[in-house]
Design a protein around this ligand. Structure first.
Ligand code: F6R
Length: 579
């Protein structure tokens, strides 16, 4: 939900900021802007994507600056609503990620005091508030301004010709990388990796004075120590590396990502608390929720432990199960709905776990235990390798709680995922591209796999797609079936095979083309489906992963055939930090 970057150091700030914003475009890409401080504030801001803007900020001078790539919440995407926003004098510039909830009352007050507003955004109030309190000391002005703000913010503020940024954080991520004679602040680590490995993750209420010599962090106006963490993430893995899209590159990283995530040990403290659980509540959103659903089927099957899986934004509507541990699954670690559910579970005295991909993210500071997925930076908006990594960590939990029953098979999955990656998605994608609507169906654990297949398809192709339990189609959706509504059916050789085959025959009888994904060598399935996609020969547990990979490839290929913007689908953002 918007990405921000700030730089102070020995290099010209604008090029560093622009390259950084390009890496953050997955957070929002409807407009962008950069401001630098040199002999006063210099600024450009525009509607559209920074990656399409050429060398637009080359004329900005100065060694300190801030930038923003936007996902509109308050006010349409246009040049005026784009950040940075300035005060009335043009001497103070700010960028903001988050939502200022009391902006209407602040704006009224500031207008009554003579301030002139240009944009429809909530963020502009921050620039005018800082102006109101600025008496020559920018740090003090930001202290006073942030006291008045309600809501969430990651803020970067510059002023006049000062070679300095004031950064502030409340419930929106902000990381500061400290390099050699340069400091770079950002919404996440990817723009920083090229310049610094030493990262300081600001905490809620922190205000940081950022200069090229280093940073000083304050909380409630008092200096505080925030010990830096050394981040080992590979800078190269945040690049496209010869693939046409980040999504394809990330799909191809999955053999390693699954293996690394599954083979990481769960620490003793976490294991002790997991073993005490008589039931588990999972909260998550989107793809992460689907990973949680897969976990439910496996925990109940292999460990006989009941699992409740809630969409995080719905969690508050239900009575919490006591005697339950809560597992929040979130790639970014910043999803506002998931964080809210986790916080309310803490108040109810749940023992809490976070499964996340991002070291230092907000969820890691809330949960009692943190288990990391080893996916590395995921740039494409559509989650692929992070999903596989979540499934791997969740399978690891199942494996540990069921005395490693499934461990051997999963440790041998690497070549199977590689084989799945060789699958030619073109013929099935040709069918999908001209569909009005698509159904993805499966039974048991393949129901959430179908949900994930449908989500991937709709988010990057814009074709309406729904995931359904295969047995449920006859209770209504059958009326939609026709030659233009292909059904993707996952039918492996598990216990539900005979009923799944009957479901496919019922679908065929209503004229819908069927793309069947099933176990290797299944001639019966091959015979009844229009297209049969065999999974690599393996045991049931590995097929969950290989089928998921094949569905990702199908969505990717269909999106490419339709000429979609695969890595940046319309209207979306990767990190959803609003409720
Ligand atoms: C879909 C996708 C989203 C996220 C969801 C939760 O491809 O990426 O559905 O899964 O927004 O995000 P995290 O996992 O960061 O909490």
């Amino acid at each position: 939900m918007c990405g921000i970057v700030g730089y102070v150091g020995r290099r010209r700030a604008a090029p560093v900021i622009i390259e950084g914003l390009k890496k953050l475009e997955y957070r929002g890409y409807d407009s962008f802007g950069v401001a630098t401080s040199c002999s006063g504030i210099e600024m450009i801001k525009r509607q559209g994507r920074i990656s399409d803007s050429g060398d637009c900020a080359s004329e900005l001078s100065g060694f300190a600056g801030i930038g923003h790539t936007r996902w509109a919440t308050h006010g349409v995407p246009n040049d005026v609503n784009a950040h940075p926003h300035t005060d009335c004098t043009g001497n103070i510039a700010i960028v903001h990620n988050g939502i200022i909830e009391n902006y209407i009352e602040l704006k009224r007050l500031l207008i009554s005091e003579g301030h002139i507003f240009l944009s429809e955004t909530d963020s502009e109030v921050v620039a005018h508030l800082v102006e109101k309190y600025y008496k020559g000391d920018l740090l003090k002005a930001v202290f006073l301004a942030t006291e008045k703000l309600e809501g969430s913010y990651a803020l970067l503020v510059i002023c006049g010709s000062e070679k300095r940024i004031i950064a502030a954080r409340k419930m929106s991520p902000l990381v500061i990388g400290v390099g050699d004679g340069e400091v770079i602040a950002s919404s996440d680590m990817t723009p920083i990796l090229e310049y610094a490995r030493k990262m300081i993750f600001l905490e809620d209420g922190d205000v940081a004075d950022v200069m090229e010599s280093g940073i000083q962090v304050y909380n409630e106006k008092n200096p505080v120590e925030r010990s830096p963490k050394i981040v080992e993430w590979d800078f190269e893995s945040a690049k496209k590396g010869g693939f046409d899209h980040y999504m394809l590159k990330e799909i191809f990283e999955q053999p390693d990502v699954f293996y690394k995530s599954f083979s990481s040990e769960i620490d003793e403290g976490s294991m002790l608390d997991l073993k005490k659980a008589s039931c588990v509540t999972v909260v998550a959103c989107g793809t992460s929720w689907h990973a949680g659903m897969i976990f439910r089927y496996l925990m109940e099957k292999y460990c006989k432990i009941p699992v409740r899986v809630e969409i995080a934004s719905e969690f508050s509507n239900f009575t919490p199960l006591h005697d339950s541990v809560m597992v929040a699954v979130t790639q970014s670690g910043e999803t506002a709905d998931t964080l809210a559910a986790l916080k309310s579970a803490k108040k109810e005295n749940f023992t809490t776990f976070a499964i996340t991909n991002v070291p230092g993210s907000s969820v890691t500071r809330i949960a009692d235990h943190v288990l990391y997925t080893c996916a590395g930076p995921e740039i494409s908006v559509a989650a692929t390798k992070s999903f596989t990594a979540q499934v791997a960590v969740l399978m690891k939990i199942v494996s540990c709680l069921s005395e490693n029953f499934i461990e051997k098979e999963l440790l041998g999955i690497h070549p199977l995922i590689e084989e799945a990656l060789l699958f030619d998605a073109q013929p099935a994608a040709e069918i999908c591209r001209s569909a009005n609507s698509l159904f993805f169906v499966g039974r048991g654990v393949y129901y959430p796999v179908s949900l994930e297949g449908a989500l991937k398809m709709k988010e990057i192709t814009y074709i309406h797609a729904e995931g359904y339990p295969a047995g449920e189609l006859k209770h209504g959706p059958f009326s939609l079936l026709c030659g233009e509504t292909p059904v993707i059916a996952i039918c492996t050789g598990d216990d539900s095979y005979p009923v799944m085959m009957s479901n496919i025959k019922e679908i065929k009888a209503r004229g819908a083309p069927v793309i069947g994904i099933g176990s290797a060598g299944d001639i019966d399935l091959e015979e009844i489906c229009d297209i049969y996609i065999p999974l690599p020969k393996s045991s049931g547990i590995c097929e969950i992963v290989t089928a998921s990979v094949i569905l990702q490839e199908l969505a990717y290929k269909t999106a490419v055939l339709l000429g979609r913007d695969v890595d940046k689908p319309r209207n979306l953002a990767k990190s959803v930090t609003v409720i």
